[in-house]
Ligand binder design. Structure first.
Ligand code: S3P
Length: 182
């Protein structure tokens, strides 16, 4: 994103009051950074995975086990659409929310979309021992590598990307706030 050019000013005028939408691979810090940003801005914090769990009355692992990934994605898309009907929200999405056709265009039209990334090694370290991510069941390390490879381009649609490797959640949040406020 260029410095104080006309283009940058226009970008920021368009973004003001919009939702901030965090996308990115599992364990890149979307929920933690989202909570800090929501607090700073006084925005409603929406963790999409939590809304899905509340809506369905069961855990994500149960949804995957009982009805499969396809069903989970349809609920995820419906919840995303519902959440984007209003403004001033801080929406932290699940890593696969960018996969269903139409979701990325919808996010771009309704929010300031920021992709968080981290190195493969960092993500593997962060998810080790995590039982709550059904897509990582079995060999988590191998699964992370495979998913990152499959989704190499999936998060590039965002307005910009922040590499969180070696940064604290507070540092990542400050960087996003600076861009959002202009
Ligand atoms: C998923 C990521 C998870 C959750 C589900 C599927 C994915 O969210 O939505 O387990 O496909 O990447 P987090 O990114 O918050 O872990």
């Amino acid at each position: 994103m260029a410095g104080d050019t006309e283009e940058f000013k226009k970008f920021n005028e368009e973004q003001r009051n919009k939702n901030i939408i965090l996308v990115g691979m599992m364990a890149t810090g979307k929920s933690t950074v989202g909570a800090i940003l929501a607090e700073e801005l006084g925005y409603e914090l929406v963790d999409l995975d939590h809304v899905i769990v509340e809506t369905e009355g069961r855990s994500i692992a149960e949804i995957f086990a009982e009805d499969g990934e396809h069903y989970f994605r349809s609920v995820e898309t419906a919840v995303l659409k519902r959440m984007l009907e209003s403004e001033n929200k801080l929406i932290s999405t699940g890593g696969g929310a960018v996969l269903a056709p139409g979701n990325t265009d919808l996010m771009l039209s309704k929010g300031h979309v920021v992709a968080l990334t981290a190195t493969e090694e960092e993500i593997i370290a962060r998810v080790s021992g995590d039982q709550n991510r059904p897509l990582l069941a079995g060999n988590a390390e191998e699964r992370v590598r495979r998913i990152m490879e499959d989704r190499r381009e999936a998060y590039l649609f965002a307005h910009y990307t922040v590499d969180t490797t070696g940064l604290t959640a507070a540092e990542v949040s400050q960087y996003i706030l600076m861009h959002y406020r202009g």
